[in-house]
Design a binder for this molecule. Structure first.
Ligand SMILES: Cc1cc2nc3c(=O)[nH]c(=O)nc-3n(C[C@H](O)[C@H](O)[C@H](O)COP(=O)(O)OP(=O)(O)OC[C@H]3O[C@@H](n4cnc5c(N)ncnc54)[C@H](O)[C@@H]3O)c2cc1C
Ligand code: FES
Length: 275
């Protein structure tokens, strides 16, 4: 495994996984278990190289398992297991003009989608946003597969000051756009959906509901789309944004907050003792 820091708490892993690399398609994900007793972590395929047999994952350290992955694993170490590719691939076709929005760590999964849309002959306008300059990455890669790249930071430390929804609204209001893709925090995708609904442009989002098996068996990733229960791991993770019940998704994402906080506290305490 190869590893490099992309910013504070954001790590890029390149992992040897030839069978996955051979089958990977934009929009799919893997489930990683770092070690024998590790939690199952769903991570989007941010890139892959079928000739070298490698896949690239970009991980934001948000809790116990992602911190463990970022802090305890070094170049050359092996990850216990990686299952995939999982999920339904993105629906790539010639739409015309598309806008691809990546927010925070969502910049990584939007990249292969923008590339596939570009290769399919679409005009691609990419918007990449982060809280601050240090959390931006892969702008060069995204720039290579888009006709126009707009960068925003919440604090104005790089690119335009503000949220990704602002340039999105301006673009949709000023020219014909055939489709929008948005990947990032659920709240960002909800607001991108609102802008698209107001301006009458279809949007695809990638839902990050809590997943366990990733193969449609546990029901943990259940989301409501067009009033119907759907399993994000097999029916998605991509869905039309305007059909998603966002309030339910946001509420379900917070279900295990106390357990997640306890797990992180226990992990940090054990590290402190080991020091
Ligand atoms: C299809 C999919 C693709 C994803 N791709 C990426 C990616 O490319 N890069 C990345 O950094 N993150 C990605 N995530 C989110 C990542 O899986 C979670 O951040 C991670 O599981 C958190 O685990 P933790 O123990 O570090 O944090 P915890 O403290 O356990 O949880 C922190 C937050 O992460 C989310 N989360 C926790 N467990 C899960 C779980 N099993 N499934 C989904 N979300 C969970 C919840 O919102 C939770 O509040 C993806 C999630 C999904 C569903
Ligand atoms: S993660 Fe278990 S059904 Fe989707």
């Amino acid at each position: 495994m190869d590893k490099r820091a992309l910013g504070p708490g954001v790590v890029e892993f390149t992992v040897a996984a030839p069978l996955i690399a051979r089958k990977a398609r934009a929009g799919q994900f893997v489930v990683v278990r770092a070690h024998e007793r590790g939690e199952r972590i769903p991570l989007t395929l941010a890139d892959w190289d079928s000739e070298r047999g490698t896949i690239t994952l970009v991980v934001q350290e948000v809790g116990k398992s992602t911190r463990e992955l970022g802090e305890e694993f070094a170049v050359g170490d092996a990850i216990r297991d990686v299952a995939g590719p999982l999920g339904t691939p993105s629906e790539i076709m010639a739409y015309g003009t598309v806008v691809c929005v990546g927010g925070g760590v969502g910049i990584a999964p939007i990249y292969p989608i923008a590339r596939a849309l570009h290769d399919a002959g679409n005009e691609v306008i990419a918007i990449a946003g982060a809280r601050t300059k240090e959390l931006l990455f892969w702008l060069d890669r995204l720039g290579q597969v888009s006709d126009q790249l707009i960068v925003t930071t919440d604090d104005g430390s790089f690119g335009r000051r503000g949220l990704v929804t602002e340039p999105l609204r301006e673009i949709l209001a000023s020219r014909k756009v055939d489709h929008v893709w948005a990947i990032g925090p659920a709240i960002m995708m909800k607001f991108c959906t609102q802008v698209c609904r107001e301006l009458g442009v279809p949007i695809t989002v990638s839902l990050n509901s809590i997943m366990i098996d990733g193969t449609g068996m546990c029901g943990g990733c259940r989301v409501e789309v067009e009033g119907q229960a759907r399993f994000a791991c097999v029916d998605g993770p991509e869905f039309p944004g305007d059909l998603v019940n966002w309030d339910l998704l946001l509420a379900r994402l917070g279900t295990f907050k106390d357990e997640e906080r306890c797990a992180l506290e226990r992990y940090l305490a054990a590290k402190e003792v080991a020091r």
